[in-house]
Design a binder for this molecule. Sequence first.
Ligand SMILES: [Zn+2]
Ligand SMILES: [Zn+2]
Length: 199
Amino acid sequence: MRKKLRKFCPMCGKEVEKLTENKICLECENKLKSKKKKKKNSDDIIVCKICGKMKRSGSSDWFFPSEEDIKEAETKGFKEKTCDSCARMLGGYYEAIIQLRGSEPFLEEFKNLVINEINKSKEKNAFISSIERVRGGLDLKLGSNSIAKKFVRKMKRNKKVEIKYSKKLKTKRDGKEIYRFTYLLREVDENGKRKKKKR
Ligand SMILES: [Zn+2]
Ligand SMILES: [Zn+2]
């Protein structure tokens, strides 16, 4: 019997029964909450309640706050909102799919490599909008194709993986044409051969 389909937290990659309304796991949600000592009274500083990015009122520019910015927000107070990229994440936006295929340890390792890549990035759409278990592996939907591309390029040096193909698909979203890219990363053995499934 197959295990019941469970959900992945796109922030930490853990497989859990249920996600919160911010589409993350309870643990990540609590971490976020404890990070932000609530003191909301200034209209001048706006903080994203999901990723912690900051913005000045009147500006449309979300940025990663420095230590000083955080101190300022803590003394002056701030307002909470959802930033543009987190709104996109919640809306399921994605530009690229990384398909991981292989054994459980391989999937776990490479899922975490993708998450690390995302966490390191300061790019605008540095988020995973979903991680799904599919036949033979995991599909990770990424908000930014340039991060996906960078990651896949790095993986070309990794002997554990064969990069099968990348394909471009044009689709429409809100009347605008966007491209979606798919990268297939399959586990191989030390001779570069695809690993046989144990049955
Ligand atoms: Zn989590
Ligand atoms: Zn955000």
